[in-house]
Ligand binder design. Structure first.
Ligand code: MLT
Length: 317
C-alpha cells in the first residue's frame, strides 16, 4: 500500500511497514493544510493529532483508508469519508494504561499540590505550612465516568491505592467489563449527579460525542463538594470550561486537564484556553498516550491493520 505517515511514528514500525512491502512516506510534522498535496497517490493515511476535515478527504482521490493512531476519531470527518468510501479506523485500548497513568499522576499531584510546591521552591520560597491541605487518596471516593479500557485501568489503580471506586451503573455492560468491575470492587450509583455529589475525585473516560458534550456543566458542578478534583484526560469537549472555572472560584474545585477544546491541530502552537492558565488547574499538553509503551503498541496495531487492509480483510473499526 502507498502510505502517508503524517505524524510521529516509531522508527522500527516505519521499517516494519517498508519490510512488509508498503511504500511509506514518513512526514511526521504534516499540517492539515499540507495533507492534500502529500496525499497525492497515497492510499492510506496515518495520523495522530493532525485534523482531517472533509476538504482533505475530498481532495485525496487515491485515499482508501485513514487510521487514527489513537482511541478517538473525533479529529477526522468520518461522514465525509463514508460518503467517499474511505474507511476510517482507530486504535482503541492500546494506550489505555498510559492515559490511566497520566490521570493518576494528575490526581496525586493535585492532592499534594506538587506543581505549586515545585514553583515555590524554584522561586526560593520555603512554606511548609501552605501545603497542609492534602487529603490523601486512601479511603477517598473516586468516581470513574466511563468504564472502557481506560476507565477500568484508572479504576484498578485507584482501588490499589485504597480508594473506593464508584461508577454509574450502565445497563448492557459487557460480561468482560462486568467481571473486571467486580474484581475491582466498583460500587455503582444510579446517575452522574449522585456520582458528582458523593465523590472526592471525578475522572472522565468517555469519548466526545453529541451525548457527552459538556457532560461536566454548571448543573453537574452545582452538586460537587468543595475541594473536589476533576480529571479530564479524555476530550476537551466533555467539559464546559466556563462552568468549571466558576466552580473552581466558588468552591475551590481543582482540575487535572490534559485535553482542551482549542488544542492546536498539529500538536504545536498557541493555546488560548482560560482553563489552561487557571491556578487551580494542573494542565498537560494532551500527552495521555505519549509513552513509549503506548506508542509502540499503537504503531504495531497500525502495521497489522495496513497489512490486513491490503490482504482484503475486514477491519473492525
Ligand atoms: C487518543 O485518542 O488515543 C489520544 O488522544 C491520542 C493522542 O495523543 O493524540
Amino acid at each position: 500500500m502507498r502510505v502517508l505517515l503524517a505524524d510521529a511514528f516509531p522508527a522500527e514500525h516505519v521499517s516494519a511497514l517498508t519490510e512488509h512491502g508498503h511504500d511509506c512516506d514518513y512526514q511526521p510534522d504534516t499540517t492539515t493544510e499540507q495533507l492534500p498535496d502529500r496525499l497525492t497517490g497515497r492510499e492510506v493515511l496515518v495520523v495522530r493529532s493532525t485534523a482531517v476535515p472533509s476538504a482533505v478527504i475530498e481532495a485525496a482521490d487515491s485515499l482508501r483508508l485513514v487510521i487514527r493512531a489513537g482511541s478517538g476519531t473525533n479529529t477526522i470527518d468520518c461522514e465525509s469519508a463514508a460518503e467517499r468510501g474511505v474507511h476510517v479506523c482507530n486504535v482503541p485500548g492500546r494506550n489505555a494504561i498510559a492515559v490511566a497513568e497520566l490521570a493518576f499522576a494528575l490526581m496525586l499531584a493535585l492532592d499534594r499540590s506538587v506543581c505549586d510546591n515545585v514553583d515555590d521552591l524554584r522561586a526560593g520560597r520555603w512554606d511548609k505550612k501552605r501545603y497542609s491541605r492534602a487529603r490523601g487518596i486512601h479511603g477517598r471516593r473516586v468516581g470513574v465516568v466511563g468504564l472502557g479500557q481506560i476507565g477500568l485501568a484508572f479504576a484498578e489503580r485507584a482501588a490499589a491505592f485504597g480508594a473506593t471506586v464508584h461508577a454509574v451503573a450502565k445497563p448492557g455492560r459487557s460480561p468482560k467489563t462486568a467481571e473486571r468491575a467486580d474484581a475491582i470492587g466498583i460500587r455503582f450509583v444510579d446517575d452522574l449527579t449522585t456520582l458528582a455529589r458523593t465523590c472526592d475525585v471525578l475522572s472522565l473516560h468517555v469519548p466526545a460525542t453529541s451525548a457527552t458534550r459538556n457532560l461536566v456543566d454548571a448543573d453537574l458542578l452545582a452538586h460537587v463538594q468543595p475541594g473536589t478534583i476533576i480529571l479530564n484526560t479524555s476530550r476537551g469537549e466533555l467539559v464546559d470550561e466556563d462552568a468549571l472555572i466558576a466552580a473552581m472560584e466558588e468552591k475551590d474545585v481543582r482540575a487535572g486537564i490534559d485535553v482542551f477544546t482549542d488544542e492546536p491541530a498539529t500538536g504545536t502552537g498557541h493555546i488560548g484556553s482560560r482553563l489552561a492558565r487557571h491556578p487551580n488547574v494542573y494542565g498537560t499538553h494532551h500527552i495521555g498516550a505519549s509513552t513509549e509503551q503506548a506508542q509502540h503498541a499503537v504503531a504495531a496495531e497500525v502495521v497489522r491493520m495496513v497489512d490486513a487492509f491490503e490482504s482484503g480483510s475486514v477491519l473492525n473499526c
